[in-house]
Write a protein that binds this ligand. Structure first.
Ligand SMILES: [Zn+2]
Length: 310
């Protein structure tokens, strides 16, 4: 992969604060000036029903809200020579092409397989039958939902850290998809009455371990375990390239959500410092939700995150 064709437009258009409970927990934006408000109101009036979901997503006063299944769609795009992004602004799927097939990082929502992921792959000219591996950054349903389809239909190998295979097989009670959408919902938990049925997880297949590399054709990936958001959360680095897929672990402006659990927060901060902030400053960080950033942009703010406690 070379970076010559890096087209940051799509990701840079993503909002500065997106993911809320499932991702970063960014600071609220300052209020708009009267002039900005006037322009926004005028644009909104002219657009009518068009772009309503985009407006609601980008412009409403809910800076910390969780990603939602109806977040605006991303235009399926090629962002590097062999890296593509598909999905929604709130929940992205990355596809990496190799000389021996396609690797997906995460697989999106189960109920958006037919409407988002499969058409998205097609739109960028990728043959879904060539998806050889799906690497799951962690075991929440907004990331693993699309994986069983590929596993069953094409024998795609599905890979995750052992702790999150345990999580998807034994989700904690009360973590139904509807009960806690911002968590990504471990989704098969004892969802309260009225919650929609949670999607089935993929079958346990490849169990990844911290520090291991995975070679697929001409690409090699390094697995970096960063527990905290979940026990088996991990990031995924393209070896010899300054690109890190950070899942729900590192976002612009902070670490992934640790649900106000002091021990998990301490854990995620320590691991980010020790394993991610040692990467070169120009390493591009692409989270599973929202905007991209770089190691060099985030590293100076670690102490601020520790001081504020999230
Ligand atoms: Zn999550």
């Amino acid at each position: 992969m070379t970076l010559g064709r890096w087209m940051p437009v799509v990701l840079l258009l993503l909002p500065a604060v997106v993911a809320g409970q499932d991702g970063r927990q960014g600071a609220p934006a300052p209020p708009d000036s009267p002039e900005v408000t006037r322009y926004v109101d005028e644009a909104r009036a002219r657009a009518g029903a068009d772009w309503k979901s985009a407006y609601d997503f980008f412009c409403t006063a809910e800076p910390n809200r969780a990603n939602r299944p109806d977040d605006p769609l991303l235009e399926p795009s090629r962002i590097f020579d062999n890296v593509y992004v598909i999905g929604r602004v709130g929940t992205a799927v990355f596809a990496i092409t190799t000389s021996d097939g396609i690797v997906l990082f995460d697989a999106g929502y189960a109920d958006q397989l037919e409407t988002v992921l499969r058409p998205g792959l097609k739109a960028v000219g990728l043959d879904e039958a060539q998806v050889k591996y799906i690497i799951l950054g962690h075991g929440h349903a907004d990331h693993f939902g699309g994986a069983p389809y590929f596993q069953q239909k094409y024998g795609t190998r599905v890979a995750m850290l052992g702790a999150d295979w345990d999580l998807v097989e034994n989700p904690p009670p009360g973590r139904g998809a509807a009960a806690n959408p911002g968590s990504g919902g471990a989704a098969r938990g004892a969802a309260p009455a009225g919650a929609p049925p949670a999607p089935p997880p993929p079958k346990r297949d490849l169990v990844l371990t911290d520090g291991q590399t995975l070679t697929v054709g001409d690409e090699t990936f390094r697995i970096i375990a960063v527990p905290g958001h979940t026990p088996g959360s991990m990031c995924f680095k393209l070896v010899d390239q300054p690109v890190l897929f950070s899942g729900d672990t590192l976002f612009p402006g902070g670490a992934g959500n640790t649900e106000k659990d002091a021990n998990r927060f301490k854990q995620i901060i320590e691991q980010i410092d020790r394993k991610l902030f040692v990467l070169p400053p120009d390493t591009i960080v692409m989270p599973g939700h929202g905007d991209d950033t770089t190691v060099g942009t985030e590293r100076p703010h670690l102490q601020e995150w520790i001081d504020r406690g999230w």
